[in-house]
Design a binder for this molecule. Sequence first.
Ligand code: NI
Ligand code: MN
Length: 228
Amino acid sequence: MKFTYFGHSCFLVESAGKKFLFDPFISGNPLAKDVIDIEKIEADYILISHGHGDHVADLVPIAMRTNAIVIAAYEIITWLQPQGIKNVRPMNFGSANFEFGKLHFVPAWHSSCLPDGTYGGNPGGFIVKTSEGSFYYSGDTCLMMDMQLIPHYATIDFAIMPVGGNFTMDVTDALKAADFIKCNTVIGVHFDTFGLITIDHAQAHDLFIHAGKELILPKIGDTISLGK
Ligand code: NI
Ligand code: MN
């Protein structure tokens, strides 16, 4: 599997020949907007964790251009359809079979309204299972006991979780979350974009290393190979 970082909580995972794009937010990200060319992003699926602007700002143009299947909470899909996006898959918490394998849409402890104030349903995270392995993206969330259910669904090869604090888990909580989901490889997201979520990288790495785990803090534009 391959992970490419587009900044904040926007990233692409390539697994079993499919491209999964998550939470497109680039044009409004001062760290990413001059580094990433939105027009060059390809996707077969676009998965949305919740409706906040820092997760959906570039969704409509990318969905329009790529014709990727947009997977999100029912309420977000209902908001999307009148904007001309027809290739959609509404979900609520639960599991579904797809051409690529299995998808679990799981809870996150956060909030979710869309940029125009429309209710976005419940915020969530995803477990994506393909023939190449499984990964978990928690979405924006605090540390929560529900994460202990994640290993019940899949053996997680790597997890993408927020580490910036203030609006989500910080590094300490993400380390505990890694225990809960039984995964030793964490890619940190949702850090450094704004002042309130700036983190000390060296301290963050130390914390994970001392616990025998790996924290990857990707650079915007980086591609990393993981698992198979
Ligand atoms: Ni949010
Ligand atoms: Mn966010």
